[in-house]
Design a protein around this ligand. Sequence first.
Ligand code: SAM
Length: 218
Amino acid sequence: MISKRLRIASEYLKGFNYLADCGTDHGLLPIYAVKNGYVKKAIASDNKNMPLLQAKNNIAENNLIGKVSAVLAEGLSYLYVEKDVDVVSILGMGGKLIVDILAKADLINVKRLILSANSQNYEIRKFLEENRWKIISEEFFKENQKYYQIIVSEKGRMELSELEREFGPLILENKNEVFKERINKMIQQLKRAKIKALNKETKQKITKRIKVLKEALS
Ligand SMILES: C[S@@+](CC[C@H](N)C(=O)[O-])C[C@H]1O[C@@H](n2cnc3c(N)ncnc32)[C@H](O)[C@@H]1O
């Protein structure tokens, strides 16, 4: 069984041909996607040997040798030769690292990006906006008491406001219950911090931040 997070991400692979899953760790997403016929073949890549070894074992156990290949590589460096890759997933890393990987990659033939950062989603959306990628879908959900976002992007133009860069244009449009819960929790935490804050400057900063969060809810 794969996690809810990987299952949601896998839905966006349907109908594509060749997946590159960067930072694959145990290779769970590419294995699931090929096994279920969402994509025909996949690369499971990682820049460390140990996770890749595990991915190799999992690929063999699932009889997917030849359909899912385990590749030791920094970021998406292999896209220069793997010209048939049409969909890329990068999940479970920091947003700045994801941006760094995308900035160095040859994405000419890639049609869709599926991205899920542990943090720094602002940086991801800014990169997409500046590099002619358009957000076509966003997910905001909770699994094991942790909040996750998934950003799905295809080539195109978009212009985002500061609020949209931080929270996500489609997440803001939908404002699902999990998102509202998350923002309300953040507001409550800040209110408690404001009571404890010792100086005026800190209190002002917190008030400003609460205002932004309330704007995201409105
Ligand atoms: C937390 S795991 C995420 C695994 C899986 N993608 C998921 O979301 O469940 C992050 C993986 O990214 C790999 N990684 C980190 N930096 C990388 C880079 N620059 N290039 C390729 N892989 C990287 C790590 O070795 C690790 O296996």
